[in-house]
Design a protein around this ligand. Structure first.
Ligand code: 2IT
Length: 446
């Protein structure tokens, strides 16, 4: 396999799909060496098959807004790879959603899910519907219209969507209600991230952020460091940022920044329970601004137009969107003494930022390892649904701990370089790839 040849082919076939091409390039560059030691992979054209989704559904979603005007959006579900289990991955509602974004996410999800140790294939879906400024009733009508099209393509053993940016417990509830009405079956396992009274799993709302901090703890322990008393800058203020801020605070770190599209909140005294609770209120307001946090808590300061990376911190945790931390941001963080960066968002750092962190020799880990606790706990929700039982929070949390530890160990196994530096990007990509590639090989040419 030659990365340049495959990339040139993909660039020709999928012009302008920048996020998708970026995600594929990163994986191929890190697996090239190992792949070329396996002529059986080359013969079965594993890479050429793996980079294309199994199928893509595109559909029109029409709904009526509060003024009575008719709105039309585009809906997608990308079933990327089912070598190791049913398709599994979130749904993103964001105005910038397009096939490139969902293909990058579905591709990443395939390797991430393989890392979780659970049997889940990779998928992603979503819509260019913009939840900002929408009423609760509009969100419900959109979710219902979206599911009206999607329901026939999903199922507990076929494809299991969940939340992502713009889709949380409320949206999953509206989609599940509509699914149940159309399918006339109480198929709890068809979606994850459900409410606690109707098939949801304890710890699922917290899982992405909690899992990320468990991963960071292992990464720090391996480097002989501790998170206690470290300062942490977090981007975003949604579900993932909330979970990360909660666990970081519990572990004794000081969360000194959260951010939104409008700017950053500098929070020098760290989080309190009241502040953490307020993050959830901010997210549910659908306004997509973080400034009110500093109005409510006078010890915090809002700095308009600035990113979380402008705040001096020990640990940087991107928790919002892809490519939200670029080469300039990385340079600013490094100049301010940051010694650890972990992507909690999917592909939160640009290739330039990753290269800057790695060449500076600081701790860096990629989203598909760090944030895998979210989908892993979705997998645990599926297991509970299939068994018609529910586990205690302590039981789910201990399984999540074990999974994050396993993912960390896999990264160390495949990513430790001769000079002792652990390349977590390489480690995660190789570990995830090997599992999917082996399964594809054993299942023949399909
Ligand atoms: O990016 C992700 O891993 C998610 N949005 C969670 C997916 C899931 O199926 O729980």
């Amino acid at each position: 396999m030659k990365v340049q040849t495959i990339m040139a082919d993909l660039e020709r076939k999928h012009p302008g799909e920048s996020e998708y091409l970026q995600a594929v390039r990163e994986v191929l560059e890190s697996i090239e060496e190992v792949y070329n030691l396996h002529p059986e992979f080359e013969k079965a054209k594993i890479v050429e098959r793996m980079v294309e989704p199994d199928r893509i559904f595109t559909f029109r979603v029409t709904w009526v807004d509060d003024r009575g005007d008719i709105q039309t959006n585009i809906g997608y579900r990308i079933q990327f790879n089912s070598a190791i289990g049913p398709y599994k991955g979130g749904i993103r509602f964001h105005k910038a959603v397009n096939p490139s974004m969902l293909k990058f996410l579905g591709f990443e999800q395939t390797f991430k899910n393989a890392l979780t140790t659970l049997p889940m294939g990779g998928a992603k879906g979503g819509s260019d519907f913009d939840p900002v400024g929408k009423s609760d009733a509009e969100i419900m009508r959109f979710c219902q219209a979206f599911m009206w099209e999607l329901w026939q393509n999903i199922g507990p053993d076929t494809d299991v969507p969940a939340g992502d940016v713009g889709v949380g417990g409320r949206e999953i509830g509206y989609m599940y209600g509509m699914y149940k009405k159309l399918a006339r079956e109480y198929n709890t396992g068809v979606l994850t991230g459900k409410g606690m009274n109707w098939g949801g799993s304890l710890i699922r709302p917290e899982a992405t952020g909690f899992g990320a901090l468990y991963f960071v703890e292992h990464m720090l322990a391996k480097a002989g460091k501790s998170i206690k008393d470290a300062t942490v800058a977090i981007s975003g203020f949604g579900n993932v940022a909330w979970g990360a801020a909660t666990k970081a605070t519990e572990l004794g770190a000081k969360v000194i920044a959260i951010s939104g599209p409008d700017g950053v909140v500098y929070n020098p005294n760290g989080m309190t329970q009241e502040k953490l609770d307020y993050m959830l209120i901010l997210r549910a307001s659908n306004q997509n601004v973080v400034a009110p946090f500093a109005e409510k808590f006078p010890d915090a300061t809002f700095i308009p137009g600035k990113k979380a990376w402008s705040i001096k911190c020990d640990i940087a945790l991107p928790c919002a969107f892809q490519n939200e931390l670029n080469g300039d941001d990385a340079a600013e963080l490094l100049a301010n003494g940051t010694w650890c960066a972990a992507e909690v968002s999917n592909m939160g750092c640009t290739p330039e930022a990753i290269a800057a962190f790695q060449s500076a020799g600081i701790l860096f880990a990629p989203g598909k390892a760090v944030n895998a606790g979210g989908v892993a706990t979705s997998g645990l929700e599926m297991t509970q649904n299939a068994m018609h039982i529910s586990w205690s929070a302590a039981e789910v949390d201990s399984k999540l701990h074990y999974i994050m530890e396993s993912i960390h160990a896999a990264c160390v196994k495949y990513g430790t370089q001769e000079n002792g530096y652990i390349n977590y990007v390489k480690g995660a990509n190789i570990a995830g790839f090997m599992k999917v590639a082996q399964a594809m090989l054993e299942q023949g040419i399909v």
